[in-house]
Design a protein around this ligand. Structure first.
Ligand SMILES: *[C@@H]1O[C@H](CO)[C@@H](O)[C@H](O)[C@H]1NC(C)=O
Ligand SMILES: *[C@@H]1O[C@H](CO)[C@@H](O)[C@H](O)[C@H]1NC(C)=O
Ligand SMILES: *[C@@H]1O[C@H](CO)[C@@H](O)[C@H](O)[C@H]1NC(C)=O
Length: 223
């Protein structure tokens, strides 16, 4: 008996305990997550919110960065450039329930530049020496992958409203209700003074300074 209990506990602790979110159709409302802790050390982090909902054709994500001091971006960078080296908000998205090897990485910067690529990360944790590949989506506006970003410097906030086509994930028009996803949401905090060092924050914090750890992706259910 004791041995059985022990092995069950070992199995349970091997999997990461991740948060879950129910997100409704946008006509009904949104599912909302908030975080204010950095990762991997849970020191204080500017408050960040993501609102999630879906319609017939798209996932809608509203990223809200509060307590923003620097609005730090590099204005020479454009679509699919390494905006992640500055301040961004991000979503990693996978349609399915297992820890993915391949997922969409979407990012937006305070000056409304977006990064969108499929990541191939078969080690699931970006292990040193393991394959790692990036396939960019090169025509995001035509695809329907868009962002609308507004800065409010007086209120120390910036908001970006993103649309991500469901078709990228083979969810046909009108078929999103009931689908199950793994996602994580991130924000980087940085200034001219701290560059290239970033404070990292996540909805589901990982155990390293590494966003690309899919066992930590949260569960998102489109209800
Ligand atoms: C901004 O990006 C350009 C192009 O990559 C680079 O040459 C420049 O050093 C960057 N500026 C800063 C402040 O990081
Ligand atoms: C941001 O980029 C989108 C395309 O992704 C565009 O539709 C929008 O007008 C741009 N500007 C702002 C301020 O959001
Ligand atoms: C971090 O999490 C990964 C994925 O679950 C795990 O393989 C690894 O052992 C963990 N590392 C530490 C230092 O806990």
């Amino acid at each position: 008996m004791k041995a059985n209990v022990g092995s069950l506990l070992a199995v349970a602790s091997a999997a990461c305990a991740v948060p879950s979110l129910d997100a409704p159709a946008c006509s009904v409302g949104t599912g909302t997550v908030q975080y204010n802790k950095a990762m991997p050390d849970p020191v204080s982090f500017p408050k960040t919110q993501v609102d999630v909902c879906y319609d017939d054709t798209s996932i809608h994500l509203t990223f809200t960065a509060l307590e923003e001091k620097d609005f730090y971006y590099n204005d020479t960078l454009s679509t699919n450039d390494p905006i992640w080296a500055y301040e961004v908000m991000e979503a990693f998205i996978y349609h399915g329930t297992n820890d993915p090897q391949s997922y969409l990485e979407f990012e937006v910067s305070p000056n409304n530049v977006t990064f969108q690529a499929w990541i191939y990360n078969p080690s699931k944790v970006r292990a040193t020496g393991a394959p790692w590949d990036t396939s960019y989506l090169t025509d995001p506006l035509t695809d329907g992958l868009t962002a609308e970003t507004t800065l409010d410097r007086d209120a120390n906030s910036w908001i970006s409203k993103a649309t991500i086509p469901l078709g990228l994930f083979n969810v046909d028009v009108g078929e999103a209700k009931g689908t199950k996803w793994r996602m994580n949401f991130f924000r980087t905090v940085e200034s001219e003074e701290t560059y290239p060092n970033q404070l990292l924050g996540a909805w589901s914090p990982t155990n390293a300074s590494n966003f690309h750890m899919t066992p930590f992706f949260g569960n998102v259910n489109f209800v």
